[in-house]
Design a protein around this ligand. Structure first.
Ligand code: C2E
Ligand code: MG
Ligand code: MG
Ligand code: MG
Length: 290
């Protein structure tokens, strides 16, 4: 299952290769210790307004710094965390750490919304809303600076989803639907979900300028989001051409390697600082078309 080929172009190939291959069972055993050994960390990827170039948000993305295997991507260990139930403590750790980091950034004058990815197991826990409320309370983060990313696959129990989302909205947090377009959520339900944002899956963004079908899908998601009064974000922007297409079709926000990879907190802070200095100097942060 966990073969080099599957790891694709990313940096985690070595983890899966031949003699050093770690089987899923060993990974499970190690994952139990990862939290207490402090091996988990968050990287942060900025999200920009495609109109002004301002950093409007930051997405927290988990990594596992394995003592022997090095950095492991969430695609490799989140499924195991889900199967074992470890996703509950790991997910809480990620939420707490991200909220605490964002509070610290705000105190330094960098104001943006922190987005945290959720798993179905977390989202459907009976006390999930309470967990979020406690974390906000403990970290002192204003709820409007937290965004929770859910996926279409978590919303299968419609009544329950609407109820949980409504309670979260009442707390004041933002909700986005991640990887939008890859699931099977009915548009009829979508309009009933109290969500704020759709994030267009990167598989559609990747082929902009090459595949007319993906261009149509992206245009359709953008206009549908706007008609439903939702904010729309494109993930996985890697090229200027993709950016221009998205700007022309009035996509609100974007994320991707074209702007920045996910970075350790201190490196992202340098970017915040540069943008802030530009704002001071020029009145605007950056002109996206220069
Ligand atoms: P996602 O939430 O859809 O995150 C986007 C993924 O695309 C991230 O991969 C990010 O590093 C990558 N990415 C960003 N820009 C680009 C780009 O321009 N090109 C390409 N090719 N990739 C780009 P990452 O960090 O490996 O995370 C993978 C997935 O793992 C995430 O997908 C999310 O579903 C899950 N995940 C990450 N952190 C957490 C977490 O704390 N909890 C849970 N439950 N899931 C998480
Ligand atoms: Mg996400
Ligand atoms: Mg995504
Ligand atoms: Mg995803």
């Amino acid at each position: 299952m966990y073969k080099a080929k599957k790891a694709g172009k990313n940096n985690y190939k070595f983890y899966f290769s031949n003699e050093h291959e770690l089987n899923p069972l060993q990974m499970e055993v190690d994952l139990y210790k990862a939290l207490e050994r402090d091996e988990l960390l968050l990287h942060y990827q900025p999200k920009l307004s495609l109109k002004t170039g301002n950093i409007v948000g930051v997405e927290a993305l988990i990594r596992w710094n394995h003592p022997e295997r090095g950095m492991i991507s969430p695609a490799a260990f989140i499924p195991i965390a889900e199967e074992t139930g470890l996703i509950i403590p790991i997910g809480e750790w990620a939420l707490y750490t991200a909220c605490k980091q964002n509070k610290a950034w705000q105190e330094k004058g960098f104001s943006s919304v922190i987005a945290v990815n959720l798993s179905a197991t977390q989202f459907t826990q009976a006390n999930f809303v309470h967990t979020i409320a406690s974390i906000l309370n403990e970290t002192g983060l204003d709820p409007q600076y937290l965004e929770l990313e859910i996926t279409e696959s978590m919303t299968l129990d419609i009544e329950r989803t609407i109820s949980t989302l409504q309670q979260l909205k009442n707390l004041g947090v933002h909700i986005s639907i991640d990887d939008f377009g890859t699931g099977f959520s009915s548009l009829n339900y979508l309009k009933q979900f109290p969500v704020d944002t759709l994030k267009i899956d990167q598989s559609f963004v990747r082929e902009l300028y090459n595949n007319p079908n993906d261009e149509t899908i992206v245009k359709t998601i953008i206009s549908m989001a706007h008609n439903l009064n939702l904010n729309v974000v494109a993930e996985g922007i890697e090229t200027k051409e993709q950016l221009v297409f998205l700007q022309e079709h009035l996509c609100n926000e974007g994320q991707g390697y074209f702007f920045s990879k996910p970075l350790p907190a201190n490196e992202l802070e340098n970017i915040f600082q540069e943008v802030q200095q530009m704002v001071k100097k020029h009145g605007i942060s950056q002109d996206m078309n220069e």
